[in-house]
Design a protein around this ligand. Structure first.
Ligand SMILES: *Cc1c(COP(=O)(O)O)cnc(C)c1O
Length: 362
């Protein structure tokens, strides 16, 4: 199957823009007359340092990161942050608030429980995470050192459409909604994101941290998991994921050229509306998430019958619409429509689904 005829709706690692991949391909063997690939360079070389610094500067500009915050390029995926956050932000006899609105937040809360006390501020498992708690529903503990939530629930297809009002630092897993909308970074203590959804290939983890939160890690904290270590060494205590940082840099240029986060925001509204509007009128497909909580990035739906779901995924894949199978915790289907998935792919999918419905509805 050719790239031109493939519509990739993968939840992660996900589609990257063809333009970005083409630039990377052009520069693969000889990066701007250095005679080397970016993969072959020392991370201390001037050629790589200029890539690193430009990527950081572009991110600072696009995401409007204030000087109070540091940008870190780490490894270990978003999952490593599940441990790094509690180790750095609370002492063993302290506590933190966690909102459990999906599987990744649930794992994060469990992990934090190893290093301190976790207060479950909200838990939507009773409705299989089809909704997001309201501000009034959050049970905040006055002694909490921070409030943790997952901004977009990649598996369940729900998204926080408001920033919780709390009096402690906000820690947010933005793995699947980073750079999809303008953001007031100053409201957050820590934002983190595994790159492979919306930023770059898997292998680099973005952390944006209010610098005043670093330097108070528990004594047992591994050196590599101390934010202060990484801030002091500008993400280069050890070898950073150089090639992935380079790819992130290309992706940032791509976002910038398309109008930045305002443009990404408009695009996500347009793409998701097309899909949800069709799902709402369909007599064959059923959207999973509650309307108010719907994710702009991961659209979850099913037919109400596991066999029919499987038959649809098979037919869709044969027609070029790949990676539509839902996560095993939810079943059904999931169309992930991150920044790099073009409007045209969503239009083609909706046309395919309409046609499929006509042929298969009884
Ligand atoms: C994918 C994902 C993760 C896990 O990311 P890794 O980089 O694989 O550790 C965590 N949180 C969210 C919201 C995700 O989408």
């Amino acid at each position: 199957m050719s790239r031109e005829k493939t519509y990739n709706f993968s939840a992660g690692p996900s589609a990257l823009p063809t333009e970005v991949l083409a630039t990377a391909a052009n520069e693969l063997l000889d990066f701007r007359s250095t005679g080397m690939s970016v993969m072959e360079m020392s991370h201390r070389s001037s050629a790589f340092l200029s890539i690193f610094n430009e990527t950081k500067a572009d991110l600072k500009e696009i995401l409007n990161v204030p000087d109070t915050h540091e940008i870190l390029f780490l490894q270990g995926g978003a999952s490593s942050q599940f441990s790094m956050v509690p180790l750095n932000l609370m002492a063993p006899d302290e506590c933190a608030d966690y909102a459990v609105t999906g599987n990744f937040a649930k794992i994060a809360a469990k992990e934090a429980g190893k290093y301190g006390t976790v207060n479950i501020a909200a838990d939507t498992s009773y409705c299989n995470h089809t909704r997001i708690p309201t501000q009034d529903e959050l049970k905040l503990n006055p002694d909490a050192k921070y409030f943790y939530y997952c901004g977009n629930n990649t598996i369940f297809g729900t998204e926080w459409h408001y920033i919780p009002e709390v009096s402690v630092p906000l820690v947010t897993d933005m793995s699947s909604d980073i750079l999809t909308k303008p953001l007031d970074v100053s409201k957050f203590g820590i934002i983190f994101a595994g790159a492979q959804k919306n930023l770059a290939p898997a292998g680099v983890t973005l952390v944006v941290i209010d610098k005043s939160l670093a330097g108070h890690e528990q004594a047992v904290t591994p050196l590599m998991m101390s934010y202060q270590t990484m801030i002091n060494k500008d993400s280069m205590y050890n070898t950073p994921p150089c090639y992935n940082i380079y790819m992130l840099g290309l992706m940032l240029k791509w976002i910038e050229a398309r109008g930045g986060l305002e443009a990404m925001d408009a695009l996500r509204h347009e793409k998701s509306a097309l899909l949800y509007n069709y799902l709402d009128e369909s007599k064959f497909f059923i959207p999973c998430a509650e309307k108010e909580a719907r994710s702009f990035m991961n659209v979850t739906f099913n037919t109400g019958d596991a066999d029919k779901d499987a038959a649809f995924c098979k037919a869709a894949a044969a027609a070029g619409f790949v990676n539509l199978k839902g996560h095993r915790l939810v079943g059904g289907m999931r169309a992930s429509i991150y920044n790099a998935v073009p409007m045209q792919a969503v239009e083609a999918l909706v046309e395919f689904m309409k046609d499929y419905e006509v042929k298969n509805r009884v």
